[in-house]
Design a protein around this ligand. Structure first.
Ligand SMILES: Cc1cc2nc3c(=O)[nH]c(=O)nc-3n(C[C@H](O)[C@H](O)[C@H](O)COP(=O)(O)O)c2cc1C
Length: 463
């Protein structure tokens, strides 16, 4: 059987995620409806109809305020604000679906691990094993100040914190409760066997946690771990912990480079590199005919917000407004190091297929980037998706929302059947937890070669 595309809907519990200015489009409903539970329940049903593997909830903990050193452009254009908590949507969406999974973003920089571990155990129980955690280290200076820090913790140190955070989490999920700890022994008046519930007594550099974990083990114990880091340190972290990894890049070759690099690193950590799934972005405008799709593209271009796009670029730590003062013919270069995320910064320099000028970079923000959106009729769109899938070596995509819910409905009605016809997309869901669906040869818990599993073995040795 040929390899099938894994598909996540890229979402945010917000008025708008990456579709800058699209709230002005007459068919956009999300900025009015994202706070309405019915909106998310409908979305879950639609996604399951389209056999999506998961809905992936991005999240941030502050306002983008690097661009023009102000929060005003982001707030005015609804750039990821207003923004509600994504985890609180999951139970309702799970209750109307059977197979759709949920990846929820939580930062390791600001929320302590004990409560987070309980949150994911709870969600894993309630969804019967359909939960993933997108581990992020957060790139917004405003987020730091929201959590009591004057300055952001430095980029690489954020990953050191994340490493220890994950170790604490594995101890809670894998080590604290033995299988069969809930004995329900009426005769001996014992619901839980205290011998089988252990403190973790973690004393590390950043965290101190006694335990035991408050939740009993869920089907997956550790949620499926997602991550997206392009930097050296980000890739190192991903290769140790992540089971699903996002790689961005302007060309299939660049994406393949990152995949190969991360696989090599994973091997050096004793992991089977073939058992990691890779994802990249997908943006699609589809209609019955090419002409209609092109017309939509033009309409979207009219409502595009260059200001919101520039504000979002502030995730890199660079203020693009500073370049507006420069000679447009100068080569586009960074003159200082920032503590922001490297991914966005690299896209305009070392990941770009050619050296760009200041003018070319500034121009990119002014309109919808045609190179990063597939526009066409169903067969043209499927051709382009197939090309990206086969050339880059990814296992799947995060599908961006554009004008919602219309574009998602068109994708499900027009593109999914075309991909299915080509044998590139499932016609039925597999049974089991998210981890079993992604890795059918494995189990619902972490595989033996994953670093989280070593904590499980500690218990086995003690017995
Ligand atoms: C598909 C994708 C989704 C992401 N989602 C989030 C998110 O929801 N919240 C967040 O703070 N960062 C998110 N990021 C940013 C990453 O967590 C990370 O900060 C970024 O890729 C830079 O990492 P690096 O500095 O290691 O390259 C996402 C990145 C990608 C590519």
């Amino acid at each position: 059987m040929s390899k099938e595309i894994i598909l996540n809907a890229f979402e945010m519990n917000s008025s708008m995620h990456n579709s800058h200015g699209f709230w002005k489009h007459p068919e956009s409903k999300r900025h009015r409806r994202y706070k309405d539970l019915d909106y998310w329940i409908d979305l879950a049903k639609k996604l399951e109809k389209g056999k999506f593997d998961a809905v992936f909830f991005a999240d941030v903990l502050g306002i983008y305020d690097v661009y023009r050193k102000s929060k005003e452009p982001s707030i005015r254009d609804g750039l990821q604000v207003p923004l509600n908590d994504p985890a609180l949507l999951v139970s309702a969406m799970a209750s109307v679906t059977e197979h759709l999974s949920f990846a929820v973003t939580v930062s390791t920089t600001y929320e302590p691990p004990f409560g987070n571990a309980r949150r994911f155990s709870t969600l894993d129980h309630l969804t019967k094993g359909r939960i993933a955690w997108n581990v992020v280290t957060s790139y917004l200076p405003n987020a730091a100040r929201n959590f009591g820090l004057q300055n952001m913790i430095k980029h690489d140190e954020r990953y050191s914190i994340a490493d220890e955070y994950l170790d604490v989490s594995y101890k809670l999920w894998e080590q604290s409760w033995e299988d069969g700890a809930v004995v329900e022994d009426i005769e001996n008046e014992k619901l839980v066997d205290p011998e089988k519930v252990h403190e973790i007594n973690h004393e590390g550099h950043y965290f101190s946690v006694e335990g035991p974990h408050l939740s009993e083990p869920s089907l997956q114990r550790t949620p499926v771990i997602y991550q997206a880091g392009t930097s050296e340190r980000g890739r190192e972290f991903a290769s140790r912990h992540a089971e699903c990894i996002f790689v961005g890049g302007p060309t299939p070759e660049r994406i393949r480079y990152y995949i190969d690099d991360i696989r090599k690193r994973a091997e050096s950590h004793g992991r089977n590199p073939e058992k990691i799934k890779f994802f990249s972005f997908l943006s699609v405008i589809v209609a019955e005919t090419t002409e209609e799709a092109e017309k939509k593209f033009e309409e979207y271009n009219k409502v595009w917000s260059a200001d919101a796009a520039k504000a979002q670029y502030g995730a890199s730590g660079y203020d693009i407004a500073e370049y507006e003062e420069l000679d447009p013919d100068l080569p586009f270069e960074y003159t200082k190091k920032t503590e922001g995320g490297h991914y966005k910064a690299a896209a305009l320099t070392k990941d770009a297929p050619k050296k760009l000028t200041v003018g070319e970079v500034l121009n990119r923000f002014e309109s919808l980037d045609r190179n990063s959106i597939i526009v066409g009729n169903p067969s043209e769109v499927a051709d382009a998706i197939q090309f990206q899938f086969e050339e880059s070596g990814v296992d799947g995509f995060n599908l961006n929302h554009l004008v919602t819910p219309g574009d998602l409905e068109s994708f499900i009605d027009l593109v999914i059947p075309e991909l299915q016809k080509r044998g590139l997309y499932k016609t039925e869901y597999k049974n089991g937890t998210l981890r079993e669906k992604l890795f059918p040869e494995g189990k619902s818990t972490l595989p033996e070669d994953h670093p989280g599993s070593k904590y499980r073995r500690v218990i086995e040795k003690q017995q």
